[in-house]
Design a protein around this ligand. Structure first.
Ligand code: NDP
Ligand code: GDP
Length: 324
């Protein structure tokens, strides 16, 4: 019998990589999609005939309960979220409803339908915010700096609480930033690689950007979804930091992306107040020792390789779009 996995957020960056990975591992893959007036299956188009899509929404308890009753999965990966930090200041209540309360809705559906289901919660390094320790590990206290970060702290603790209250196999993966050519265009890595490629092709003149000094521990999304799966294969549920252990500034990101295209970033970059945040997370760097020792997980793609890969992919994408 094939194992069945249910992924919320399958149309997102991580959902698409996780679905690919689970298919390769021989799973039957089910993904939840919310109703939209136009389809947004771009990231899963290449595997759409191999996965089963179930309509539903993190805001709607009935759809979550019915999905579990219909699928009877052994594993549930909760990747759905309003995931963009900047938007969380504009839509703080919505972000809390989807990204925080949505986790309770799904956990409660699991508790009611089948408490044997193994559950993965997509927690975030944004929970560390104004960091209390460097590098950040599983025991580092949280100090979130955005409505998104606050919502993720709730999601983390409700996962721990359902594990302890109802003995669920519920795990919180605290993942540091991870990127790819499928990353949303609003995140800084993709914004930089896509705009740099546009500038190279003469399709844009400048890049408008916010804080150049903040530092992130950037890894490759394809590596990180393997850690999610490994967590659910453990006998006991737990919490794990997943990171590369190396941090870089936004300025370094600009440097690597533009120099990949033989361009000088300083000539094309304009700082713009619009992209500054009301409260910033200055430095994130994770300590993935526990994931290494207990899961046998380690990142394969370096920061430089990741950014070069994204630049190259955006260049090809733009050439195809513009017949260049
Ligand atoms: P994306 O923003 O690319 O994907 C988010 C997914 O959630 C999309 O499929 C989206 O659907 C879905 N979604 C949003 N709101 C709802 C809703 N109300 N009901 C159902 N589905 C919804 O995020 P990533 O793939 O990058 O991240 C996956 C998860 O990991 C998120 O929870 C994110 O917060 C978390 N995370 C990500 C990190 C990263 O660096 N990428 C780091 C740490 C944590 P639609 O396509 O319809 O919008
Ligand atoms: P986050 O870590 O989840 O907030 O991921 P982002 O990619 O959105 O942002 C990473 C860092 O880049 C944050 O410290 C931002 O303030 C900084 N940054 C600087 N300029 C920009 C920009 O133009 N867009 C975005 N998204 N982030 C920017």
């Amino acid at each position: 019998m094939k194992k069945r996995a249910f992924i919320t957020g399958i149309t997102g960056q991580d959902g698409s990589y996780l679905a690919e990975f689970l298919l390769k591992m021989g799973y039957e893959v089910y993904g939840m999609v919310r109703r939209t007036s136009t389809l947004n299956f771009e990231r899963i188009r290449h595997i759409q005939d191999q996965v089963t899509l179930i309509p539903g929404d993190m805001l709607d308890q009935t759809s979550l309960t019915n999905a579990l009753r219909e699928i009877h999965p052994q594993e549930v990966y909760n990747l759905a979220a309003q995931s963009f930090v900047q938007t969380s200041w504009v839509q703080p209540v919505f972000t809390g409803d989807v990204t925080a309360l949505g986790v309770t809705r799904l956990l409660d559906a699991i508790r009611t339908i089948d408490p044997e289901i193994r559950f993965y919660q997509a927690s975030s390094s944004e929970m560390f915010g104004k960091v209390q320790e460097v590098p950040q590990r599983e025991t580092t206290p949280f100090y979130p700096r955005s409505p998104y970060g606050v919502a993720k702290v709730y999601g983390h603790w409700i996962t721990v609480n359902y594990r302890e209250s109802y003995n669920l196999h519920a795990t919180s993966g605290i993942l540091f930033n991870h990127e790819s050519s499928r990353r949303g265009y609003e995140f800084v890595t993709r914004k930089v690689t896509h705009t740099a490629a546009k500038i190279k092709l003469g399709l844009a003149k400048e890049l408008r950007i916010g804080n150049l000094d903040s530092q992130r521990d950037w890894g490759f999304a394809g590596d990180y979804v393997e850690a999610m799966w490994l967590m659910l294969q453990q006998d006991k549920p737990d919490d794990y930091v997943v990171a590369t252990g190396v941090t870089h500034s936004v300025e370094k990101l600009l440097n690597v992306a533009f120099s990949t295209l033989d361009l000088d970033w300083k000539q094309y970059t304009v700082q713009d107040e619009r992209f500054m945040r009301p409260a910033e997370v200055d430095l994130l760097v994770g300590d993935p020792t526990k994931a290494g020792q207990q899961l046998g997980w380690e990142p394969k793609v370096s920061f430089e390789q990741l950014i070069q890969m994204m630049v190259e992919s955006d260049l090809q994408l733009l050439k195809a779009e513009h017949n260049l």
